[in-house]
Design a protein. Structure first.
Length: 686
């Protein structure tokens, strides 16, 4: 049987659907599913589970398994033309479990979700649309299995970017629980799988990958209902209620290069929930936090604006875009309103845009019975905080109580603050400590059952309050500490936690870029590499020249919201800015707003030291030495970089402008680096 380009076979205890790239085989006897790709990859022994009271229901334990051919539906949506079909599992006295699948013409991935339906209303806080467990053999088979045995790695993607959390790639044997997505891949060939959630309306998704032996993935489990220390939760995941309850929708794909798979995963999320559109230029400028932290005042802010206007604006830093920002961070409210308004006027008079800072879901006071500002004392913070089952506020996170995004007074508080920023003339807001609004708890709106449901409500209010059609001008929304998902509420998001000016800060931010580069221009228009300290932040020693330049290079390749973080009343900070931020070739690369891709993915919890970007000009590469005490040489393989060297290569150093001719057919290029040094290079055909 054929429907369009799909082949469907039903017989001998199996039901098969194939689109030419991926084939799904439903075993009608065992209730298990197998996925096979035409390139040789496979996922074996797949089933689904649902928590039902104290029991864990598994599709493979049910007695009846069927696929209704009459219910197969042709579909056409943002993914293209495809089929929707379901693998149903029935057992007397238990909810019916239905695994729904969407497969599309020639796409190497499918979408799946689990629906659990009972005759009566019930509730659950855990649904697992995809799982497999094999004591012998491997759940995952890779393409071209005739080659040498390769190291298999799996990614840890953190739920948010709080507490200096790190991304990581772990070599099997290991046990990893990632959040929302992961990749399972062979590190040399890069062949592997990408699996992750593409709906983020109700569930926090956890992905468990385990293996006892180096060559085998023994267990895979993708479930909605993650709530633990990594999600910052102190309570269990909230339970959804109804007759029919549906899991998150899961993307499952196999790719010759897992990096392409992660990018396709990002694009799949954007099909369902597009990134918040941005029509302005690449965000460039300054933020006060690294430079002066709590010492923020009128003088440093206005001095920075004047410095930019005199030294940088027309000299390559931002002379061809309209998005040069000078931003207040925390402690801006220590300025009198008259100074605040005058500072805004000064910035706009210098042809720049002012920015400000806000924490919509965090109460920083110590007494929950403090009155909420703007309510004349009739509302206390206790009223608008997320509660536990005993009616008490959740414990503090990062020193602040979590505010309930569903409470009408909390929502009015957010609107009042954002409206005041608009009225004061600001064009940018940095929103911080947003994970507070996604924590599990008891919410004022009783129809809201999970932290992600509450977070969506709160962030929609932010987005809508600052919508250009409402405020009459573009207003850039940047997220600092925040969950990776849900997205679609902001234009940029910090890819890591705080990063300052040391070479260790550069490595830390690049750890996030190593495994999160694909977020840029898919989930958010820009990855934010945090404030770029060229000389000295308020809490650290002065950086060496190599450290400062490496921090800048790391931001240039991030894809990028490039905000500096120095006090230019310091002569050395001013000198570096004038010399470095006026390099037109480097600044033009930053203003592309494109993220570089890691060449390798074997760095564990560290950052990789070599990144590349393929462009019409050639292949840009960024190389870093994270050792502040010793020099190093990075051997850049042209094969791994994706560069054809058969006709010779010209290497251009973007900072010095020097060029080097490499002979035809050479296989690699040695990049020599001093302690903490980095290089930005352009490889062109000779």
């Amino acid at each position: 049987m054929e429907i369009g380009t799909f082949k469907i076979e039903h017989g001998q205890g199996e039901f098969i659907v194939a689109n030419g790239v991926v084939q799904a085989t439903a075993n009608l006897a065992s209730g298990e599913l197998t996925l096979n790709w035409s390139s040789g990859e496979a996922l074996n022994g797949l089933y689904a589970e649902a928590r039902y009271g104290l029991a864990q229901l598994r599709t493979a334990f049910y007695s009846k398994h069927l696929v209704h051919e009459s219910k197969i539906q042709p579909i056409e949506d943002g993914f293209g033309k495809g089929l929707r079909w379901s693998f149903e599992h029935e057992e007397p006295g238990k909810p019916t479990l239905r695994q729904h699948f969407r497969m599309y013409e020639q796409l190497p991935y499918l979408l799946t979700e689990l629906e659990a339906e009972s005759e009566f209303e019930w509730e659950t806080n855990e649904l697992t649309p995809l799982a497999a467990y094999l004591n012998d053999g491997s759940v995952a088979e890779f393409g071209d299995s005739t080659g040498p045995v390769e190291e298999i790695r799996t990614l840890f993607i953190p739920f948010d970017n709080d507490k200096w959390v790190r991304f990581a790639s772990h070599a099997i044997p290991c046990s990893v629980q990632s959040y929302e997505t992961t990749a399972i891949y062979r590190s040399q060939s890069r062949n592997g799988f990408v699996i992750g959630s593409v709906t983020h309306d109700s569930w926090k998704t956890g992905i468990v990958v385990e293996g006892t032996f180096a060559e085998a993935v023994g267990r895979l489990r993708v479930f909605g209902g993650a709530a633990d220390m990594q999600t910052r939760d102190t309570l269990a995941h909230g339970a959804l209620r109804g007759k029919s309850i549906v899991s998150p929708t899961i993307f499952v794909g196999a790719f010759a290069d897992y990096r392409d798979g992660l990018e396709q995963y990002g694009k799949a999320n954007a099909v369902l929930t597009p990134a918040l559109p941005w029509v302005g230029g690449i965000p460039m400028g300054w933020n006060s936090w690294s430079a002066v932290m709590s010492k923020l005042d009128y003088d440093v802010y206005t001095h920075t604006s004047d410095f930019f206007a005199k030294e940088l604006q027309q000299n390559g830093f931002a002379d061809d875009n309209d998005s040069l920002y000078v931003n207040f961070d925390a402690f801006w409210n220590s300025l009198p309103e008259e100074q605040l308004r005058d500072a805004v006027r000064r910035v706009k008079g210098n042809g720049q845009k002012p920015g400000i800072y806000y924490t919509p879901f965090a109460f920083w006071g110590s007494n929950p019975d403090s009155p909420v500002e703007g309510t004349d004392g009739r509302v206390l913070y206790r009223d608008i905080l997320i509660k536990d089952q005993a009616g008490q506020p959740l414990p503090k996170l990062d020193g602040a109580f979590p505010i309930d995004p569903t409470h009408p007074e909390a929502q009015e508080r957010i609107k009042r603050s954002l409206d005041s920023f608009v009225e004061l003339g600001f064009d940018y807001v940095k929103l911080d400590f947003l994970t507070h609004g996604a924590m599990e708890g008891i919410f004022h709106d009783e129809s809201v059952r999970t932290g992600i449901q509450a977070y969506n409500i709160g962030m929609a209010i932010v987005r809508d309050t600052l919508a250009p059609e409402r405020v009459g001008r573009p207003f850039l929304i940047n997220l600092s500490i925040a969950p990776l998902f849900p997205h679609g509420y902001a234009h940029s998001r910090r890819v890591s936690c705080d990063a300052f000016g040391m070479i260790s800060d550069t490595e830390y931010m690049l750890n996030a870029l190593t495994y999160g580069w694909w977020i840029n221009d898919n989930l958010y228009r820009y990855n934010d590499p945090d404030h770029v300290v060229l000389y000295k932040s308020d809490n650290q020693r002065a950086t060496t020249e190599h450290e400062g330049r490496s921090r800048l290079n790391s931001a240039v390749i991030a894809g990028t919201s490039l905000l500096l973080g120095d006090d230019y009343r310091e002569p050395e900070a001013a000198r570096r800015a004038k010399e470095w931020m006026t390099n037109r070739e480097v600044m033009a690369l930053a203003r592309r707003g494109q993220t570089f891709k890691p060449v390798e993915g074997r760095s564990g919890s560290k950052g990789e030291n070599l990144f590349a970007l393929h462009t019409e000009n050639g292949v840009y590469a960024a190389a870093f030495n994270f050792d502040g005490d010793a020099g190093s040489t990075i051997l850049a393989s042209f094969a791994r970089l994706g560069i054809d060297s058969s006709k010779g290569i010209v290497v251009r150093d973007l900072w010095s402008g020097q060029e080097l001719n490499l002979e035809a057919g050479i296989g690699e290029h040695g990049i020599e680096l001093a302690p903490a040094e980095s290089r930005l290079l352009l490889f062109k055909q000779a």
